[in-house]
Design a protein around this ligand. Sequence first.
Ligand code: KIV
Length: 271
Amino acid sequence: MNTIKEYKKITTHALYEMKEAGIKISMLTAYDYTMAKIIDRSGIDVILVGDSASNVMAGHETTLPITLDQMIYHASSVVRAVKRALIVVDLPFGTYQGNSKEALNSAIRIMKESGAHAVKMEGGINIKESVERILSAGIPVMGHLGLVPQSIYKFGTYEVRAREEAEANQLYEDAILLEKLGCFAIVLEKIPAELGKKVSSTLKIPVIGIGAGKYVDGQVLVTHDMLGMTTEFSPRFLRRYANLNEIMTKAFQQYISDVKNGDFPSEKEQY
Ligand code: KIV
């Protein structure tokens, strides 16, 4: 039986310890102060300021349009709320793929201007130089392989990745490379569970899955999806823990009706 160590503050080292002790790592997204505060107080290990903010907060179809300034704005709101969780911020599309100097500048801006603890980057061998350069500045990097939404126009669909042997082998090699370079963890998105198992049993660093099965070292979901606030997105891997869309709609309708009927405010609710 594993004894669960109490962590006052989650660090990258704490995540290694959890993997070694066989304790699963919990991770959720947040993009604003209020949500981040609730998630942190609930005891989450890692908060990801994901570029999924582009979809969830801004209503874009893909993660591509979100800018570095916008990510810094979301990340600093989250940082102000969080006391315990490790805060990881996505480097947005176009800020690290082209050239490693620009990648380092982007990562430095995130760390300096938001106060977050680490960055996440999508890709393997194709972004090797950028990962190396950011790590050499002492900035912790989380990798992201499998379905990498910043490359959606290359894939063409959001279907499961790495079902074919060649792509699975490439992903496996990329994961080993990212560990070798010094990444502290890797996210695997939407891949077969057996491949997730193979990667997590090979690597010493934690492997966190989203649609990567149960054998990896932790799980991440987009908070708005798991709370049932978004309704148009229902992949197999998504477990909904609430139906906030329905609860919120009912509350809004009640408020509208109370205002229209003159039931709100009451005598007690005025000065
Ligand atoms: O941006 C995001 O929310 C992510 C998760 C899906 C892992 O990258």
